[in-house]
Write a protein that binds this ligand. Structure first.
Ligand SMILES: Cc1cc2nc3c(=O)[nH]c(=O)nc-3n(C[C@H](O)[C@H](O)[C@H](O)COP(=O)(O)OP(=O)(O)OC[C@H]3O[C@@H](n4cnc5c(N)ncnc54)[C@H](O)[C@@H]3O)c2cc1C
Length: 443
């Protein structure tokens, strides 16, 4: 193992990882290909450029996105401290002056005595570790090819297809029923039955709904197995009733009749606190998703942990490939971080940058390391990304559906989230103490 750390990509994850390692006394060589090799969306030479929205998501106390930021603040995160410093008024969100934000980060990175910044494209995976690959959703084609050889073609994807996820406590269980098709399995799915009238109305609204257009570089993107439901509806009014909403083998538990169509929901976690709408990947706008999916019987008051989407995105099947230190199981010393491991969003990518740096630093020092507990936002996201039982892996943003929540008899959602958030921060503080992962000012 080399005595310095190589990081590829100075985006959100790579910049955070470099800074966290450098602050702990590790020498870092950070490679960034821009501006020599541009991506289709980045516009500057800055580190941690925000490619689209200037918002880092909700900053409302006790929301899951706030909690993830708050946990990052406990590590003096470079990304979050820069966002706080260059924030602009945005209601409950943490939005930033994007230029000042990324310029500030670039200066911190380029002036750090422990960081050597190299402006070049890395076209191959370095033979010797430690190396963190944090090249994001638009990893250059040459490197993508090498990553594909490392992971196996079947474990590297070039787009994501996300179905909406709903909060289990917001489902009406007098209308949605547990059952498995043809009684195979143990009633693992929640089923929302629709009669013809309900189905016709649903299809009418779906076809007329507002959609997010694909960007030029995203086309052509999806293949038959992953069509957005609104595209399927455009092919014919009954296409969904014969496709993802087919009712065969699922008689209504009360009338015993086969309904016209059925929406199936599958558990997102073992605790059953979140369910996804099977086969409902979509390009509808978020307000339209909320309006139209609430037309499904049983989901009239559904609260969404995540909305559906389809994007251009390079990501690996992290649960199959990475251990909890974010290291490739079959190639010790090679780590991945950021959006490329299947987290969605600026802050989530930053969080994985932080965790990859912590585990690499521990390894380089020959110290033992165990990841943050699942009660924390950092730990729950990491667990989603690395849990081998996570079949049908698709990218995820932070939400309370990921958290390990011990039995809690609080019905009020706000109070419940407050309690989860307090538990998370206490749990994180105890873990930081045990692991001794705070920055040592003497380093
Ligand atoms: C079109 C688009 C819009 C998005 N909009 C949003 C949004 O509004 N909000 C949100 O939260 N997220 C959004 N995302 C997701 C966003 O990209 C991530 O949240 C975040 O930028 C990921 O951070 P990262 O560090 O993993 O990747 P990035 O921030 O993309 O950083 C990766 C870096 O690696 C560099 N790189 C790539 N290949 C190489 C190579 N071979 N050698 C050297 N350097 C390389 C790139 O130039 C880049 O600087 C969007 C993504 C796309 C593609």
């Amino acid at each position: 193992m080399k005595d310095y750390l190589t990081i590829v990509g100075a985006g959100l994850a790579g910049s955070e990882a470099a800074w966290q390692a450098a602050e702990r006394g590790i020498h870092v060589v950070l490679h960034e290909m821009r501006p020599e090799r541009p991506t289709p969306v980045h516009k500057t030479r800055n580190c941690a450029e925000l490619v689209c929205s200037n918002s880092l998501g909700s900053n409302l106390p006790f929301s899951a996105p706030y909690l993830l930021k708050e946990e990052l603040r406990r590590f003096d995160s470079l990304i979050i401290s820069s966002a706080d410093k260059h924030s602009v008024p945005a209601g409950g969100a943490l939005a930033v002056d994007r230029e000042k934000f990324s310029q500030h980060i670039s200066e911190k990175i380029r002036n750090h005595p422990n960081i050597t910044f190299k402006c070049e494209e890395v076209r191959d995976i370095p033979e010797d570790g430690p190396v963190i690959i944090a090249t994001g959703p638009l990893t250059s084609p040459a490197l993508s090819e090498k990553i594909s050889s490392l992971t196996g073609q079947e474990y590297l994807y070039f787009y994501d297809a996300l179905s909406p996820i709903v909060d289990a406590s917001s489902i009406d269980y007098s209308r949605a029923f547990f059952a498995s098709r043809y009684n195979k399995g143990e009633g693992d799915y929640l089923n929302c039955h629709m009669n013809k009238e309900e189905y016709d109305r649903f299809i009418r609204e779906l076809k007329a709904a507002e959609k997010v257009p694909f960007k030029a570089f995203e086309k052509p993107l999806y293949f038959e197995g992953c069509m957005p439901i609104e595209e399927l509806a455009m092919r014919g009014d009954q296409t969904l009733a014969f496709g993802p909403m087919k009712p065969v083998g699922l008689p209504h538990p009360e009338t015993h009749a086969i309904s016209h169509a059925v929406v199936q929901l599958r558990r997102e976690n073992r605790e059953g606190t979140a369910f996804n709408l099977v086969g409902f990947q979509t390009k509808l706008t978020y307000p339209e998703q909320k309006r139209i999916f609430r037309m499904i019987p049983g989901l009239e008051n559904a609260e969404f942990f995540r909305f559906g989407g389809i994007h251009r995105n390079t990501f690996i099947n992290a649960p199959t490939l990475l251990n909890q230190e974010l290291e490739v199981r079959k190639r010790p010393g090679i780590y991945f971080a950021g959006q490329i491991i299947g987290v969605e969003g600026y802050v989530e990518s930053t969080a994985m940058g932080l965790l990859s740096a912590l585990s690499v630093v521990k390894r380089m020092r020959g110290e033992s390391y165990s990841p943050p507990p699942m009660e924390t936002a950092l730990g729950s996201l990491l667990s989603y990304v690395t849990d081998r039982r996570n079949a049908n892996y698709q990218p995820m943003n932070i939400n309370f559906g990921l958290f390990l929540v011990k039995e809690m008899k609080i019905r009020d959602k706000k109070q419940r989230n407050q309690k989860i958030a307090r538990n998370a921060l206490d749990s994180l503080a105890a873990w930081m103490d045990r692991q001794k992962v705070s920055i040592d000012p003497a380093a």
